[in-house]
Write a protein that binds this ligand. Structure first.
Ligand code: SF4
Ligand code: SF4
Length: 377
């Protein structure tokens, strides 16, 4: 039996046998476990433990996936996860009790699945999309508002995983003037006094590898990963794009793309002057990338618009205009002055490399300037 067989029919045959039936070698499976270990920030020594835990995963953990105000891009991103198919098998093993966009039943039958899962409890809740709080009727499913559904489902869940910037911070719906009062799940639950653990995985859309590794963290360790003050896993969202960008050497040396489609762009020069938000965006895009790690925005010559950041539609508007300022060691440089700023530093004897290291925080003395929403208010 090859691809296309029903995974659940073969669970009794053992996980490794299942992989074999799908034409996936143990070596490939261990490679997958290695990528999970890396994403979770675990040592490579943990790979055998991860593999063993997955092999022994007998019970199908129930998952309820809610869709509110969004474009279904996160579902699209998730179902198109292609990393080497092992993840797909594992996701088939997860018991997705309710996902109105991809489940076979519709209407009342679909909703019956949802409320049955809620009644039975012990489920993980994944949420895609924002909740409408000012005009609740703007988002209804099966005669209930997003507020009513989220409150009921979120209260009984073991944990809530908000996927995509709409679910984490309201997304484009929450951009000014936010007519529906769109909010993210974490704020909504907090406002209602619901203390179900909640993790935010922003991105427009969510990166499927970040979602899979977070689910794994929960399944393998029984808890959510360590989070930052925006509720994001520190291991996945702990560094800026600028810190790990392959175009970074050009930034450090003042070589910039001045217009898209130019020769400088194809030469891999820095995209800062055509609006790149990499210096203010915390994301693992440079390492995880997209489409089976094929490429990503900056790799394709497009400036980062900061879609992993809270409220990026408002904070980073005018996407092709440079960020107003970035701090260099001893110089507050505007986009126009940034190259000159570095040249001046070189002239006074500070090497460009050292300057770059300080900007990146490598020396531990100076960090890239980060515009936080609370700084702006
Ligand atoms: S500004 Fe953007 S393109 Fe330039 S180095 Fe930073 S992240 Fe990379
Ligand atoms: S590079 Fe920037 S715009 Fe592109 S997916 Fe990552 S965070 Fe979003």
């Amino acid at each position: 039996m090859k691809r296309g067989c029903n995974v659940l029919d073969f669970l009794d045959a053992g996980f490794l046998r299942l992989l074999e039936l799908r034409g996936i070698s143990r070596r490939r499976f261990l490679k997958f476990c290695g990528s999970i270990a890396t994403l979770l920030g675990l040592s490579r020594l943990s790979i055998p433990d991860i593999a063993s835990a997955i092999e022994k995963m007998q019970r199908r953990p129930p998952v309820v996936w809610l869709d509110f105000m969004e474009c279904l891009g996160c579902t699209e991103s998730f179902v198109n996860a292609t990393y080497p198919e092992v993840d797909k098998i594992i996701l088939e093993i997860l018991s997705v009790e309710y996902h109105e966009a991809i489940m076979a039943p519709a209407g009342d039958k679909a909703h019956a699945n949802l409320w049955k899962a809620v009644e039975e409890g012990d489920y993980l809740c994944v949420v895609e999309g924002a909740i409408a709080t000012k005009i609740p009727s703007a988002m209804c499913v099966g005669g209930m508002t997003s507020m009513e559904i989220m409150e009921k489902v979120g209260r009984s869940a073991k944990a809530v995983i908000a996927v995509g910037t709409c679910a984490t911070h309201g997304g484009t719906q929450a951009a000014e003037p936010n007519p529906t009062g769109a909010v993210g799940v974490y704020d909504f639950l907090k406002d209602r006094g619901i203390d179900t653990p909640c993790v935010n995985l922003p991105g427009c859309p969510v990166n499927p590898e970040n979602l899979i590794s977070t689910i794994f963290h929960y399944l393998l360790l029984g808890r959510l990963p360590e989070l930052d003050h925006y509720g994001r896993p520190k291991k996945l969202y702990g560094q800026t794009i600028h810190d790990n960008c392959p175009r970074r050497a050009h930034f450090d040396e003042g070589r910039f793309v001045k217009s898209l489609g130019s020769e400088e762009e194809s030469l891999g020069y820095c995209l800062y002057k055509v609006g790149c938000r990499g210096p203010s965006t915390f994301s693992n895009c440079p390492s995880v990338m997209w489409n089976n790690r094929q490429n990503w925005c900056i790799g394709a010559g497009a400036p980062c618009i900061g879609c992993f950041e809270p409220y990026f539609w408002d904070r980073f508007r005018d996407f092709y205009k440079p960020l107003p300022d970035v701090e260099l060691p001893g110089v507050k440089a505007s986009a126009d002055k940034i190259g000159a700023g570095i040249a001046a530093l070189t002239a006074v004897g500070i090497g460009v490399h050292l300057a770059g290291s300080a900007i990146k925080g490598r020396t531990g003395k100076k960090e890239t300037h980060v515009v936080r929403p609370e700084e702006e208010k």
